[in-house]
Design a binder for this molecule. Structure first.
Ligand code: NAD
Length: 348
């Protein structure tokens, strides 16, 4: 398969393949764009069916990181890495060290973090070989679990959407339906409850529901009923593809802000939401708090400034909503334009 001719290729600066027979490492690192700084992006370990599938994934994900880092003003570019293999059976210290050496060969132009199939233990293993590692645990010198900051970003984006629809950014008395009360969803519910919001939640795991009912006052509905709740806001914090032909018609909420990646099943669903008067905060903006935290960790800033940097997602979201309305485009397209205006050479 040709990299340059792949549909996902978008003027990537560098795509490099690594093979380490002694550890079994087969990996690809893609740097999409470094105009705004070194490329930060997670390392995904996945048993890809083919090399072509791994190439497509690394090209698509690294491009997405450029947009996310640019729109959130992180002072970083976008990159990603993939290890071809099963993380449950093929991940060994030797393989992770070989990956660390591959990352080190970029001499600071690629900074790794965790993704599907890798975790903070793996980051620590790579940190033994290269300093270009982020998303470390606090005891390893990092900022720790980013989920509370991801939740703060979702909360901040939500305020911007609520202001657009209801005329005030206060969440007091606002009814929010949260899909999935895991790491991010649970933290978000805490912040929403403190702000005076009313909560309806669902999850597929009873333990998660028990944890939240012990901590907060919430109404629980069955997972499939979350789309029919008469709420003001819908917050998808579980999985992707949940805004689709079936669910859009059922949604009563006027604002969507959540943590899940790739919430829209197809791009055309962004237009459909806009036609229905639903303000959609693009997922990669709303869930960017974790990236802001990992970026600050890598840049060595004062950790106490990170929450304010995450709260700035409110301002970015307001800007995106304004651009969408003025230019007659969807909020997703507005977010992309804002990002491109920052990282494209010659952009305004
Ligand atoms: P998590 O696994 O801790 O929580 C997800 C929760 O969703 C779980 O409790 C799970 O039981 C529940 N769930 C799964 N399917 C469901 C369904 N059909 N209906 C209702 N609940 C369902 O994950 P998380 O860290 O909270 O992340 C949530 C989402 O946000 C994920 O899509 C993740 O990729 C994305 N995200 C997370 C972060 C972060 O900092 N953790 C950052 C950016 C994006």
């Amino acid at each position: 398969m040709s990299v340059f001719e792949a549909p996902e290729f978008d003027d990537h600066e560098r795509v490099q393949f690594f093979n380490d027979p002694s550890s079994g490492l087969r990996a690809i690192i893609a740097i999409h764009n470094t105009r705004l700084g070194p490329a930060l992006g997670g390392c995904r370990m996945w048993p890809y069916d083919s090399e072509a599938e791994a190439i497509r994934d690394v090209l698509r994900l690294s491009r997405g990181m450029t947009y996310k880092a640019a729109v959130l003003d992180c002072g970083l570019g976008g990159g990603k890495s993939v290890i071809i293999g099963d993380p449950r059976t093929q991940k060994t210290p030797a393989l992770l060290q070989a990956m660390g050496r591959a990352i080190a060969s970029f001499e600071g132009q690629y900074v790794v973090g965790e993704d599907i199939g890798t975790n903070p233990d793996d980051m620590r293993e790579m940190r033994g070989v290269t300093h270009c590692v982020s998303c470390l645990r606090k005891e390893d010198g990092g900022y720790g679990d980013p989920a509370p900051l991801t939740a703060l970003g979702v909360f901040s984006a939500m305020r911007a959407g609520v202001e657009e629809v209801f005329g005030s950014d206060s969440l007091d008395g606002i009814h929010v339906a949260v899909q999935g009360v895991g790491n991010v969803g649970f933290n978000l519910c805490r912040q929403l409850a403190e702000a005076g919001a009313r909560l309806t939640v669902c999850d597929v795991f009873p333990e998660q529901l028990q944890r939240i009912t012990e901590a907060l006052e919430v109404t629980i509905v069955a997972p499939d009923d979350i789309f029919d709740v008469e709420s003001d806001v819908f917050s998808p914090c579980a999985m992707g593809g949940i805004i689709n032909d079936d669910t859009i018609a059922r949604l009563k909420a006027k604002v969507i802000s959540g943590a899940a990646n790739n919430q829209l099943e197809h791009d055309r669903h962004a237009e459909e939401l806009a036609q229905r008067g639903i303000v959609y905060l693009p997922d990669y903006v709303a869930n960017g708090g974790g990236l802001v935290s990992c970026a600050a960790e890598w840049q060595g800033g004062d950790p106490s400034t990170v929450p304010d940097r995450v709260r700035a997602i409110y301002k970015t979201s307001r800007e995106i909503i304004r651009m969408a309305s003025e230019q007659g485009i969807t909020t997703g397209a507005a977010a992309d334009r804002l990002a491109e205006s920052r990282f494209r050479i010659g952009a305004a």
